[in-house]
Design a protein around this ligand. Structure first.
Ligand code: FMN
Length: 394
């Protein structure tokens, strides 16, 4: 289990995100516009408006996707929910790179109902983001629905403050294998309790937004097969079911079973999206060719953020560093420098691959605990148009 996959883990805002949006701080590196301003004037505002303005059906139509994606929407590649990672500025980063739909990290329904400040900060959406699916986890339908109602009210308030969209769909996590989630009857535990799972979908549907569910392949001993469980979810009203082809016991190990996902996609046309071992366009195509309406990139998005572009090859070092610098500024502005340090290091792991000197550069950044120092190193790399850091290339 990745240690980051913890409940409401690392979006460690120093104050509430909404407050920061009202009074954005000046950028450390002298940028003249705040994240919000940049997003408002970004070129893709019109394209996003098209998608946001679409009827809230199961998933965007192929036509809507074509209009939305920066490069023609050839692949319906979406950013998976990643606890401790898919905070708003990270989603904005991937939206700019072409992720058509993104997810929040899984958000605790009970955390929202207890008005936990950190949990509430996970509800923020930034202008310029691609449509966002809010993923909740709960052990019963009642707390799930109350939490969703609360989340939508908060999101409406945020919308008035920053002009961003509201959530595109409401997601339910029935996939998380973590003991601390399962022991509350949530996440993958729900695979063992189909009646509760189906009632959650049925009740959540009453809110009126599309309902998306993320599940895993069910274990052999489960009362229902994967097919039967998903059939029940769809009969209960689920608009999209994302199937991750690993059992809860497998966690993130071993090879994801793409065959089971493809078989289920053929059985339920228009309803299934796929997850598991998506590291390249070819991996996504396996799912899409079988009839999945979309594919979630998870660890593959961190391994190569350019996977969302029609050309997933790495751009020149300077472009990558500029994107990283912008990302660092956004995170620092919205979530504070401490989170920026963590997130910049996290994204850097997937950047500059194969570039001479990148290992040394990465180690230099890894040593730093201060965001301003890291920002300086990145700017230095941009100015030098390299990341050689004084080390000779052979
Ligand atoms: C660090 C991490 C955090 C994750 N957090 C979530 C989560 O909050 N909700 C969820 O449904 N899945 C979560 N997942 C599962 C991923 O969305 C995805 O289904 C899984 O990693 C399989 O895809 P991959 O093999 O392409 O990485 C997480 C996975 C990782 C590695």
């Amino acid at each position: 289990m990745p240690e980051e996959y913890t409940e409401n883990s690392s979006y460690e805002t120093e104050t509430s995100g909404a407050a920061k949006l009202r009074e954005p701080r000046g950028s450390l590196r002298g940028a003249t516009h705040t994240v919000i301003e940049r997003a408002r004037y970004s070129e893709d505002g019109g394209k996003l408006a098209l998608l946001h303005g679409s009827p809230r059906g199961a998933t965007p139509t192929a036509n809507e996707r074509d209009q939305c994606s920066e490069d023609g929407g050839k692949l319906a590649l979406w950013l998976a929910p990643l606890a401790g990672v898919t905070i708003p500025p990270v989603r904005l980063f991937f939206s700019r790179l072409g992720a058509e739909i993104t997810h929040t990290e899984m958000v605790s329904a009970s955390g929202l109902l207890y008005k936990n400040k950190k949990t509430k900060s996970m509800l923020e959406i930034l202008p310029g983001e691609s449509p966002v699916v809010l993923q909740l986890f709960a052990g019963d339908a009642d707390s799930l629905v109350r939490a969703a109602d609360f989340a939508l009210a908060v999101s409406e308030t945020n919308k008035l403050q920053n002009g961003a969209a509201s959530f595109y769909a409401l997601g339910i996590n029935m996939a998380c294998p973590m003991p601390k989630v399962q022991k509350r009857g949530a996440g993958a535990k729900l695979l063992e309790y189909p009646e509760i799972a189906f009632s959650m979908v049925k009740e959540l549907k009453k809110i009126g937004l599309p309902v998306w569910v993320k599940v895993r392949k069910t274990p052999q001993k489960n009362c229902l097969t994967t097919y039967q469980f998903i059939e029940g979810l769809i009969e209960a009203g689920a608009d999209n079911v994302c199937l991750h082809g690993r059992t809860p016991a497998q966690r993130y190990d071993g090879i994801a079973d793409k065959e089971i996902v493809c078989g289920i996609a053929r059985a339920f046309p228009g309803k299934i999206s796929g997850s598991g071992d998506v590291y390249a366009h070819e991996d996504a195509r396996v799912y899409l060719d079988a009839g999945c309406v979309g594919v979630m990139a998870a660890r593959g998005a961190l391994a190569n953020p350019f996977i969302f572009r029609s050309d997933p090859s790495y751009p020149p070092a300077k472009e990558q560093l500029s994107l990283l610098a912008q990302f660092g500024r956004d995170v620092s502005e919205l979530a504070g420098p401490r989170v920026a340090v963590i997130m910049v290091k996290r994204l850097l792991a997937g950047l500059l691959k194969g570039i001479c000197g990148s290992g040394v550069f990465r180690r230099e950044v890894a040593r730093e605990l201060n965001y301003e120092r890291i920002a300086f190193l990145i700017e230095q790399g941009i100015a030098k148009n390299s990341v050689e850091c004084g080390v000779q290339c052979h």
